[in-house]
Design a protein around this ligand. Structure first.
Ligand code: GRF
Length: 255
């Protein structure tokens, strides 16, 4: 399949012709996994811990036929997560997998992985899921786990990203959707949205402004997978047919 001297683009094209959805051509060992064809509509498993407004945005995009995907299961590690109510209102399968019942992180992750596989999940969506996942879990879904973070990564990873942004005095922050690797809030970036930060912002006001953008970019980023447009090359995401390239600058403060 690969001839020596073939360009990255040629390899990627060959992989796509063979049904790949997402390709890291430098990690040939993973090509077998990545060339597993994803179905249409794309099967999602959404992991939550709390309110689930991002889950709601994904549900709404699917119901409005803006996103060719189906949610096979919503899993929460907390039984009181309001996101479970949202899921049930839309007739979705839900499961609670409480981390408190497991002695080791790996055991929880093993159970979670089995649950997702049983539901035939192809793409794992972390939507406010407040648990670190083990390397084994991440390796079980190579290049198939997405996360959203309320900052412009690589700035401000970790908890309280909005507070970190305010304390640092940045004038622009935002949200990032990325593929998950073994480091926290780290991995190839798929999509970002920027918002201004005002001097009188509180953590709440900045969080609310960022959340509006999260709800726009998470469904849009998942759609890129559903449309088979994501290529991972050398830890960077390339979007196939990215024709629209506005040159508008975004300035804050806008004096
Ligand atoms: C969002 O800000 C997300 O970026 C972060 O956790 C929050 C979850 O919000 N990871 P919700 O549960 O989707 O409303």
């Amino acid at each position: 399949m690969y001839t020596s001297g073939a360009t990255v683009e040629e390899c990627a094209r060959t992989l796509y012709q063979n049904g790949a959805r997402s390709v890291d051509v430098f990690t040939l060992a993973r090509v077998v996994d990545l060339s597993e064809r994803m179905t249409t509509p794309l099967s999602l498993g959404v992991l939550i811990s709390g309110g689930g407004t991002n889950l709601q945005a994904i549900i709404d995009a699917i119901e409005h036929e803006d996103l060719p995907a189906q949610i096979r299961v919503v899993v929460s590690n907390r039984s009181d997560a309001y996101g479970l109510v949202r899921a049930q209102r839309h007739g979705l399968s839900t499961a609670v997998l409480s981390h408190t019942g497991f002695a080791a992180r790996e055991e929880f992750d093993q159970q979670l992985s089995t649950l997702l596989r049983d539901h035939k999940v192809e793409l794992v969506i972390l939507a406010g899921f407040m648990r670190l996942l083990s390397a084994r879990f991440i390796q079980a879904f190579p290049q198939r786990i997405l996360n959203i973070h309320p900052a412009l990564l690589p700035a401000f990873p970790g908890l309280h990203a909005q507070r970190q942004a305010l304390e640092r005095g940045v004038r622009i922050s935002g949200a990032t959707v990325h593929l998950v690797d073994e480091e926290m809030d780290h991995g190839p970036i798929i999509m970002q949205a920027a918002v201004p930060v005002y001097p009188d912002d509180t953590e709440d006001s900045l969080s609310a402004r960022i959340l509006v953008q999260e709800h726009r970019i998470y469904p849009a980023a998942i759609k890129l997978f559903a449309e088979d447009r994501v290529v991972v090359q050398d830890n960077r995401v390339l979007i196939r047919a990215e024709h629209h390239r506005p040159q508008t600058a975004f300035r804050s403060p806008a004096v």
